[in-house]
Design a protein around this ligand. Structure first.
Ligand code: B1H
Length: 789
């Protein structure tokens, strides 16, 4: 730890023990950099020398989580460094906690992008992230009087220890202006830009350390700055800075704002320019591009990569259209993440043409050629429905499919629904492009780091190889009838619940019973995810307890942020907090029923909640959740899933076994049938079920203090707007499934056996396998050997 002392002195001119925890954290971080710096350089050098194909994962969101413990784990020096710190009288956990969690994303989509970067490095794939260095991440959530309040997330207040600014790799991004097409000598057209608004894009690189591979890949995030000498006043500078100032806080939604369009072009153009510069250092032949470069479009936000790559190949590399198009399609691939119509991005043609005139011309030409090519065979109607331009909009999902050689959904059901519903017409034209790539998670963060009691128990039985190959978790099945092991599993879970109970007490001032069943729902607040159904379940238990029924004790744990402009979601948050207040303060029920809604859900809080869960609520209306990934994290730490047959829940059930999951509710076919035939009558459900009737009435009759207007809004959605997400339809079967878990809870060994079935089956949901499948099916890259450094 000699260097740690030196780093403390170098950074702060003081002894380690005199520093604040934040300063100690910084000194430790600098020390860790010393371990991976060489490997980072060696990874790049080796890729250049061997001409390894590079994957570039373009995503408008990344949520890496805190990196210190993860870097130490992946470097294989975590235990050693922690022991060293303790010897010096320092507390590793406190030092880890001094790191800010970069919340540069909304939810599952951003977290998936970061999991993929971790996994690509961990399987030895040359995978790079490309995104935006937002000055402010997703808002910090507080509750004031039960209402969500949003505070700015000033995550760069303390220095970000992992990033390095690469000002020598900055590029220029051009907006607006006019395009002049001037004939070249060879007859092709040269595009000349006039009066453009230029912005400098400066990259900040963060290492993505592979798990004991020696591979250190790069996440490159771009920051907008004025081109030196071009900002004439503060207003100019402010307009430029605005581009990378804030993350849009709308999950699964698209607001169609010009600033968002600017952001999208910003990181797409910067990324492609930097890829081309690197590629051309080694190759003169542009037709080799798809052999050495794969660019992945994570949801529609980077879909204008189709247009930008075409622009560069046409205007700067002077290729002809057909060659440029062939290379573009061969280089790009696209993942769709949602079935929600409102999340499929479209841009008004006028807005797009004004901001990106050359890209708009190219979009027009793609549209013209697409129509000409497929009109005969598929007919005007179909071609009109899915051409890039239509209804005065540029339709980014269609553009992404047309301009990519591969398109995928993120769970089996979702990928099927893309082919049969959302992208049906394009599937008819390009069936060979479509595949499924079920999401994954990184067991390193969620089991090894977040759930040490479980990880150590697993080690003690099957050794450590599962840490590299999580499929080996299957070997735990041999203990399914071993009472000693099952009790140890319950003990590990209890330790995690005690830890979470402390967090809850600290955050909410609420003492919860760690012996109770911890029933967890953690995800963005959205009508389709149906937190409301969970609340109705709580009210069902509340009414039963009030009548004197006995129920095994449960603590309901929520984490959920609502988009700031999403009024309905905010009403549900207020209701959740109001129900929590009512229940927690009622001595007639609070021995058996408690509700803890922890504010500011994010990666760091998830690391505390996930390992403490007994029940994982995955209760979206069937056919709405593309995949879900908290379902995978929670099963991997031994929670039993209470679920609809939606998203990846279906695959989890198949892996863990039907008995290991409590399923309920309408199937996606039944929902589609009811929607097509308009046969669902929410009011009839309300009239027919006295408990449900009572619960819906509680929203507005004053039974739940403080929710007058919110209760009315929710009641209106349920009864006047006919319950868009079938909450009332699924209520009875939800309660029945939940009651079965009550029965199971009475037998701790039977419970542990099902928890074990989930843990043992969780290996297949490692994102390592997901990226290997992308590599094989889509990117044409192989996981490689460890880097020799
Ligand atoms: C998912 C989004 C999303 N799907 C638009 N779509 C956004 C859409 O800021 N925006 O405009 C932000 C996010 N996020 C999620 O992706 C799905 O809902 C989950 O089911 C899925 O597990 C996750 C990862 O594939």
């Amino acid at each position: 730890m000699r260097t740690l002392h030196d780093n403390a002195l170098g950074l702060f001119a003081d002894e380690l023990t005199h520093l604040s925890t934040q300063q100690q954290y910084q000194a430790v971080a600098v020390t860790i950099k010393g371990y991976y710096g060489k490997q980072w350089a060696a990874t790049k050098a080796q890729a250049d020398a061997k001409q390894t194909k590079q994957v570039y994962y373009f995503s408008i969101e990344f949520m890496p989580g805190r990196l210190m413990a993860s870097n130490l784990l992946n470097l294989g020096i975590k235990d050693t460094v922690e022991a060293g710190l303790r010897e010096l009288g320092l507390d590793p956990a406190a030092i880890y906690a001094a790191e800010v969690d970069p919340g540069l994303g909304n939810g599952g989509l951003g977290r998936l992008a970061s999991a993929f970067l971790d996994s690509m490095a961990s399987v030895g794939m040359a995978g790079n992230g490309n995104g935006i260095r937002y000055q402010y991440g997703l808002f910090q959530q507080r509750f004031v009087d039960g209402y969500q309040v949003e505070l700015p997330d000033d995550w760069l207040r303390e220095p970000n220890m992992w990033e390095t600014r690469k000002e020598n790799r900055a590029v220029i991004i051009k907006y607006g202006g006019q395009v002049e097409l001037r004939p070249r000598a060879n007859g092709s057209l040269q595009a000349i830009y006039h009066n453009t608004d230029d912005v400098l894009a400066v990259p900040y690189d963060t290492p993505m350390v592979g798990y004991r591979t020696g591979v250190v890949n790069t996440m490159r995030l771009w920051q907008a700055e004025s081109v030196p000498g071009r900002a004439h006043n503060l207003a100019d500078k402010a307009r430029v800075d605005a581009i990378t100032q804030i993350l849009y806080p709308d999950d699964s939604d698209s607001a169609g704002r010009e600033l968002r369009l600017r952001q999208e072009y910003f990181f797409v153009s910067a990324g492609i320019q930097s890829i081309m510069t690197h590629f051309k250092r080694f190759h003169q032949e542009l037709n080799l591009l798809p052999k050495f470069v794969a660019i992945h479009i994570n949801d529609t936000h980077p879909a204008m990569a189709v247009l930008e790559l075409m622009r560069i190949l046409l205007d700067e590399e002077e290729l002809d259209w057909d060659e440029a198009w062939r290379l573009t399609v061969a280089t790009l691939s696209y993942t769709n993440h949602t079935l929600m119509a409102e999340a499929l991005e479209t841009w008004p043609e006028a807005m797009f043409a004004g901001l990106l005139p050359r890209l708009y011309q190219i979009a027009g030409e793609i549209d013209r050629r697409f129509r000409a090519r497929y009109r005969q065979q598929y007919g005007d109607l179909l071609v009109n429905r899915v051409a890039p331009l239509g209804d005065g909009q540029l339709r980014m999902a269609y553009l992404a499919v047309i301009g990519s050689h591969a398109v995928n959904g993120v769970a089996k059901l979702h990928s099927e629904l893309l082919k049969t519903r959302v992208l049906k017409d394009l599937y008819a034209i390009f069936p060979e492009r479509f595949s499924n790539q079920t999401n994954g998670i990184t067991p390193r963060r969620w089991v090894q780091l977040a759930d040490e009691p479980l990880a150590q128990l697993i080690d003690s039985k099957i050794g450590q190889p599962w840490r590299r190959d999580p499929m080996l978790l299957r070997r735990l099945s041999q203990y399914e009838n071993n009472d000693e092991f099952l009790m140890a599993l319950n003990a590990a879970k209890l330790a995690n619940k005690q830890r979470l109970a402390q967090v809850i007490e600290h955050q909410l001032g609420l003492k919860v019973n760690p012996q109770a069943m911890f029933d967890v729902q953690i995800k963005r607040l959205h009508a389709y995810k149906r937190q409301l159904l969970h609340v109705f379940g709580i009210l069902e238990a509340y009414l039963a307890l009030k009548k004197g029924e006995k129920r095994p004790p449960r603590v309901h744990v929520f984490g959920a942020k609502a988009a700031p402009s999403y009024q309905y979601a905010k009403a549900v948050i207020k209701l959740m907090n109001a129900v929590a207040d009512m229940v927690n303060h009622d001595p007639a029920v609070n021995q058996s029923l408690q509700v803890a809604f922890l504010p500011n859900y994010g990666v760091t809080l998830a690391e505390q909640i996930v390992p403490a869960a007994d029940i994982s609520e995955q209760i979206s209306l069937a056919g709405t959740e593309a995949s879900g990934t908290s379902n995978m994290k929670l099963m991997a730490t031994g929670a039993i899933t209470l679920a609809t047959l939606d998203g990846a829940n279906i695959e989890i059930r198949q892996a863990a076994g039907e008995r290991a999951m409590a399923t309920f509710g309408l199937t996606s076919e039944q929902v589609a049938f009811a929607q097509q035939n308009q046969s669902y009558r929410a009011a009839a459900q309300y009239e027919a079920d006295p408990t449900l009737h009572r619960i819906v009435d509680m929203l507005t009759d004053g039974s739940i203090p403080g929710v007058e207007s919110e209760g009315r809004m929710i009641r209106t959605e349920l009864l006047d707007y006919n319950d868009s997400y079938f909450v009332l339809a699924d209520f009875a079967s939800y309660v029945a499934a939940s009651r079965k878990l009550d029965q199971l809870w009475a037998e701790p060994k039977a419970w542990a056996k099902l928890a074990l079935a989930n843990i043992a089956a969780s290996g297949q949901f490692s994102a390592d396998f997901t990226v290997e499948r992308y590599g094989r099916d889509i990117w044409q890259v192989l996981p490689s050997q460890p880097i020799e450094s």
